[in-house]
Design a protein around this ligand. Structure first.
Ligand code: IMP
Ligand code: MG
Length: 185
């Protein structure tokens, strides 16, 4: 197992900055949903850290549920538009105020499929909150209501985002030096 220091190109978003921005997002969501109940749907697995930190700052009633989607196999670094549901919700979302919580929107393929599917289940409202947005990589348009950070087209890891399933537990977002990472595999 590699120590991440050997392939960390730079720390893109340090822990303090993440904490502050997540709190701001929680406060904004709290204002927008005042008097309503929220169903926060976390897209597994990358969104887990963000979800658990975000909901600590949400004041209205909030329930959570999880949806597993797989957009690309292990080893691949971009999604191809083939999105599979690996775990479905256990909640009926009809007439609920659904807030999708995602780690990162890259091509947009994953979220576009999730949104299309959830819309057919008639939620009262459906919005997206993503921690990171790689806008320059967008292939399909997705409506993002809440966005933590717009980031450049670099492969990132940490704070929920993985490198081949590891390093999700790091407290910051780092940029991967892919050449160094792959050289050591
Ligand atoms: P999209 O379908 O291309 O928008 O890809 C979205 C999914 O790809 C995210 O939910 C992440 O799991 C993954 N992903 C995209 N970019 C990165 C990255 O830089 N690091 C780690 N995972 C990423
Ligand atoms: Mg991933």
């Amino acid at each position: 197992m590699q120590d991440y220091h050997s392939f960390l190109a730079e720390i893109l978003i340090p822990e303090e900055e993440l904490k502050n921005r997540v709190r701001e997002l929680g406060e904004e969501i709290s204002r927008d949903y005042a008097g309503k109940r929220i169903l926060a749907i976390c897209i597994l697995r990358g969104g887990v850290m963000f979800l658990t930190d975000l909901i600590r700052h949400i004041k209205p009633l909030v329930a959570i549920d999880f949806m597993g989607v797989s957009s690309y196999g292990s080893g691949a670094r971009s999604s191809d538009g083939q999105v599979r549901i690996t775990l479905d919700l256990s909640t009926n979302i009809s007439n609920q105020h659904v807030l999708i919580v995602e780690d990162i929107v890259d091509s947009g393929n994953t979220l576009a499929s999730v949104i299309e599917m959830l819309r057919t289940r008639n939620p009262a409202s459906l919005e997206v909150c993503t921690l990171l947005n790689k806008f320059s990589r967008r292939e399909v348009d997705v409506p993002i209501k809440y966005c933590g950070f717009n980031i450049p087209d670099k492969f990132v890891f940490g704070y929920g985002l993985d490198m081949d399933e590891y390093y999700r537990n790091l407290t910051f977002i780092g940029v991967v030096d892919l050449e160094k990472y792959e050289a050591e595999l």
